[in-house]
Design a protein around this ligand. Structure first.
Ligand SMILES: Cc1ncc(COP(=O)(O)O)c(C=O)c1O
Length: 464
């Protein structure tokens, strides 16, 4: 029986027998079956019944150019014809890998010396930590190895990147986090600020708490701090005024690397090429993925500064080889998609388009913030979070968390809108190509769906 009570389709029935789905309740899934998506065009996807949806999350924050882009598809075919696979091991190379690295160096928010490729955001962040350790060994600081991440930060699911992730369900029953990784506070002003505290004061307090942690742990043992410019999967948490400059000063004082996880915020999402530029972050290295290829092929990249590159290169000379790399890291198809995607971003002025669309997007979010079920609306460029609350005036959380926003996102499915519930926040991250009419269409049914959710939440006792 599917979600709407209909018998499972052929694809649904086969799916429940054959697949274990990521980030899915497997018990529930067996009953409801999957939502099978068949095709996509622009900001829309179509399911197996031919029903059309606005993909308000660009898939998983990644399909920045939407679906069915002919230029990208042609570039993919061309690359597959020419060289479907090669690698970068043992000093081999190929043109798209070189060209993309050059382009990334050109547009990076800080001076970058070298780029190293992987296939996913998790692998990029795993690589970041290995590089930080390798670098500190190379520069004669073998004790300097601990990594500070943040509660609610999201950095992926490999053993180390899941440890960096500061969300309970990524740790529980996986025996994580591993040691040498710790978490400092979440920069969520609305929820975490003390009475009367300004945004700048709140940022200064978080920086002071970070400094206390570093001193407590011993600065000579702390290698790096990792952060997303805007927390995505932790609930679209936009940092308060002065946050990164305050954090940055602490990191510099104790010679601690600053890793920017730009996996979601990179390539225009916040209205600049990188979220680091929007929020005054000065990273020593950067993780990139997702919109790097507009999600037309898997690829991630880590960009490192001159000091790190130099130390790592000379260390590899001493060891005899740089003992790291993935079979598909820098796959020619991914690199060709990266080159073409960046070319399209520039040619179609996608960053400018995000800036042009952002006020309308924000206007809709601010309007919804007035709804009785909405506690806070958070926006940066074309990403947003609508946090639901039983009592918006006190930033209260639901007694039974993670039930109300999923109900709302299911309601929205009936209205042909795909948005994702993260706890009790409804997340928005539409393809960056979305136009005014499509933004209006995306928001059009949300108030009605919020009203229906309120009625249900009252009946279920979620509103006290
Ligand atoms: C900020 C951030 N870092 C890392 C990752 C992990 O990327 P992947 O799922 O490609 O491993 C994600 C995925 O959503 C992310 O949002």
């Amino acid at each position: 029986m599917s979600m709407d009570g209909a018998p499972l389709s052929n694809a649904q029935a086969r799916d429940v027998e054959a697949l274990l789905h990521p980030y899915t309740n497997a018990v529930q899934h067996r009953k409801t079956g999957p939502h099978v998506i068949e095709t996509g065009e622009g900001v829309y996807v179509y399911d197996e019944d031919g029903k059309r949806y606005i993909e308000g999350m660009a898939g998983l924050w990644c399909a920045g150019l939407g679906f069915g882009d002919a230029e990208l598809i042609d570039a993919a075919k061309e690359q597959l014809d020419k060289l479907p696979y090669y690698h970068l091991f043992g000093g081999r190379s190929f043109e798209p890998a070189i060209e993309l690295a050059e382009k990334l160096k050109d547009i990076a928010p800080v001076p970058v010396s070298k780029v190293i490729y992987q296939s996913s955001g998790s692998e990029a962040n795993d690589t970041q930590i290995k590089l930080a350790w390798y670098y500190n060994n190379a520069r004669g600081k073998p004790e300097k190895k601990k990594i500070i991440s943040r509660v609610k930060g999201y950095h992926g699911v490999t053993i180390v990147s899941a440890s960096l992730t500061g969300l309970p369900y990524n740790h529980k029953h996986f025996d994580l986090p591993v040691d040498r990784i710790m978490h400092t506070g979440t920069p969520h002003f609305w929820r975490e600020a003390k009475d009367g505290e300004t945004e700048t004061e709140f940022s200064a307090r978080l920086a002071a708490e970070l400094e206390e942690m570093i001193i407590r742990e011993d600065p000579d043992t702390v290698a790096a701090f990792i952060a997303e410019p805007v927390m995505g999967a932790g609930g679209v948490i936009v940092p308060p005024e002065g946050y990164f400059p305050a954090i940055q000063a602490v990191l510099e004082k104790y010679d601690i690397l600053c890793i920017a996880d730009e996996v979601i915020t990179g390539f225009g999402r916040t209205g600049n090429w990188f979220g680091s530029q929007t929020f005054g972050m000065q990273p020593t290295s950067i993780s990139m993925a997702k919109q790097l290829t507009a999600a037309y092929a898997p690829l991630s990249a880590v960009a490192i500064n001159h000091d790190m590159a130099e130390a790592i290169e000379s260390q590899s000379g001493e060891v005899g080889v740089f003992g790291h790399g993935f079979t598909y890291g820098g796959h020619p198809l991914g690199c060709a998609m990266g080159v073409k995607t960046l070319e399209i971003y520039e040619k179609r002025n996608i960053v400018g388009h995000v800036r042009d669309m952002s006020p309308l997007f924000k206007q809709h979010m601010n309007r919804l913030a007035q709804h009785e079920l909405v506690g806070e609306a958070r926006v940066s460029g074309l990403m947003g979070g609508l946090e639901l609350s039983p009592d918006p005036s006190s930033a209260a959380t639901f007694a039974n968390p993670g039930k109300v926003a999923p109900y709302l996102s299911n309601e929205l499915l009936k209205h042909s809108i795909i948005l994702r519930a993260i706890g009790d926040t409804l997340a928005f991250c539409p393809p960056m190509i979305i136009n005014e009419d499509e933004i209006n269409a995306l928001f059009e049914p949300i108030e009605t769906a919020l009203d229906a959710t309120t009625v249900w939440a009252k009946a279920e006792g979620h509103l006290g």
